[in-house]
Design a binder for this molecule. Sequence first.
Ligand code: S3P
Length: 170
Amino acid sequence: MKVVLIGYMASGKSAVGKLLAKESLLDFIDLDAYIEAKEKKSIPTIFKENGEIYFRLKEAECLSELLNSKNSFVLSVGGGTPCYGKNMELINTLAQSIFLKASINTLCERLKTGKASRPLVAKISNEKLPEFIGKHLFERTPFYMQSQNSIQTDGFTIAEIVSEIKRVLV
Ligand code: S3P
């Protein structure tokens, strides 16, 4: 079984993915960490030294490699992964996809403290974050909505989100 967690930066994909994997006795893979291990560079360094287009190419390559493997896992992808090339089509063909929805407010509060490791928001001031996230979500939501399941995460604990995911998984 392959489960792919989709959602904006700081939507809780990694925290939820780790618990879901533990409870389902599956491996947990974070796509960004997988790319970093392959490239032997952090995500901010890849963006700085090679640029975003190079990152998107590596991201698509690594996603395809994982999805085409025989392994079972819970995979947390980056916030931008579903929005490029045929990534979303590939995810829905080879895995079960779950979109973790969170409000602009929730994402904003979390991103204020987690900006440094995320090159797309690192230079956005805290005051400008809500507008940036709002616009970005407007562009990205149509891709996220192609997921086979959508789960509202605001106001729920990680354990509650995991049990909801287990309920919808087939
Ligand atoms: C990105 C999200 C990041 C990472 C990269 C680009 C994006 O992953 O892939 O910085 O385009 O939204 P997280 O969603 O895990 O922060």
